[in-house]
Design a protein around this ligand. Structure first.
Ligand SMILES: O[C@H]1[C@H](O)[C@@H](O)[C@H](O)[C@@H](O)[C@H]1O
Ligand SMILES: [Fe+2]
Ligand SMILES: [Fe+2]
Length: 303
């Protein structure tokens, strides 16, 4: 596509994103709102202190370099095949939360807390704001996909961190975008083109996001929970910051993705800004959350 046409396309897509935001509000109103999308964090002063990647420590920068170099189309296809053929591990949601506790997420510049604390802080922030039980429990489980790390991942680079689209040009809205220079797909004539292997507005269902904890947990829970579609969207796209925060990829999304965007944006402040909340005591909160878990999940899940 010539540069000028590109620019026009981008302007249209930028507008499209604003229109989507307005439409999202409308959808919420029409639905009688499963939740209200304001949050206690709306007025938080120090939001700008989060997600500072350019000034992050080497641990975080090295993580993203490795992830951005290794998440190729070829790898992503192989990861999905491996996922289908894997041996599954059966356990309760709470046991999964405890099992995950050994992981310290190398991609995260904002917390060094254990995963169980992050899950409980997220859920507690949602609860404090009076949001529905399904959303609280979504907060409680949203990062359980990081169990992948203990189930035969290649490292942390195929488990944690933000997600992005593979199979088309790497967006410059992804954090530390220069690190894609070492990804072989950046040199591939098809994979490095604006649309790559996709067609305009094909919809996120038909787009391959970099493999990690979001996609994994979505597939695990979609048939093993009674979470509403909005909860499943929160899980599936919560790391897709280039889309839900930066407005990238509007040329690939369609009408169906609007509701998902509304859900993910409503969820995001709880996931991100609760990282600086006061510490929680897991055992004290356990009875309340075991009660919620029992409402939305079977006693054991095949992970
Ligand atoms: O470092 C974080 C962390 O790995 C989160 O679980 C993920 O959802 C975020 O997108 C990422 O930036
Ligand atoms: Fe996450
Ligand atoms: Fe999280």
């Amino acid at each position: 596509m010539p540069a000028l046409v590109f620019q026009e396309q981008e302007q249209r897509d930028g507008r499209a994103f604003d229109e989507i935001s307005d439409a999202v509000d409308q959808v919420n109103v029409q639905k009688g709102k499963l939740w209200d999308d304001s949050s206690d964090f709306d007025n938080a002063k120090d939001k700008a202190a989060f997600r500072q990647y350019e000034s992050a420590c080497d641990r975080v920068k090295n993580f993203y370099r490795e992830q951005h170099e290794k998440q190729t189309v070829e790898f992503n296809i192989a990861a999905r095949v491996a996922f289908k053929n894997r041996k599954r591990v059966r356990m309760s949601v709470w046991a999964a939360m405890e099992m995950l506790n050994t992981l310290v997420d190398e991609s995260d510049p904002d917390t060094e807390l254990s995963q169980i604390e992050h899950l409980l802080q997220t859920a507690e922030a949602i609860r404090r704001d009076g949001k529905p039980e399904w959303m609280q429990v979504t907060g409680l489980v949203h990062d359980l996909g990081k169990l992948l790390f203990l189930f035969g991942s290649e490292g942390q680079w195929d488990v944690v961190g933000d997600t992005f689209v593979v199979g088309c040009k790497f967006s410059d809205k992804i954090v530390l975008p220069h690190t894609f220079a070492g990804n072989p797909d950046a040199q591939d004539p098809v994979y490095s083109s604006e649309y790559g292997i996709y067609s305009p507005h094909c919809g996120l269902d038909d787009v391959m996001l970099s493999w990690g904890h979001d996609e994994y947990l979505y597939h695990v829970l979609k048939d093993q929970s009674s979470l509403p579609e909005e909860g499943l969207a929160m899980i599936r796209y919560h790391s897709f910051y280039p889309w839900h925060r930066e407005g990238a990829y509007a040329h690939l999304t369609n009408d169906k993705d609007r509701a998902a965007l509304a859900a993910v944006r409503a969820f995001n402040p709880y996931d991100l800004y609760s990282k600086s909340d006061a510490p929680v005591i897991a055992e004290e909160l356990r009875p309340y959350y075991e009660g919620l878990i029992a409402k939305f999940f079977p006693p054991e899940i095949d992970f």
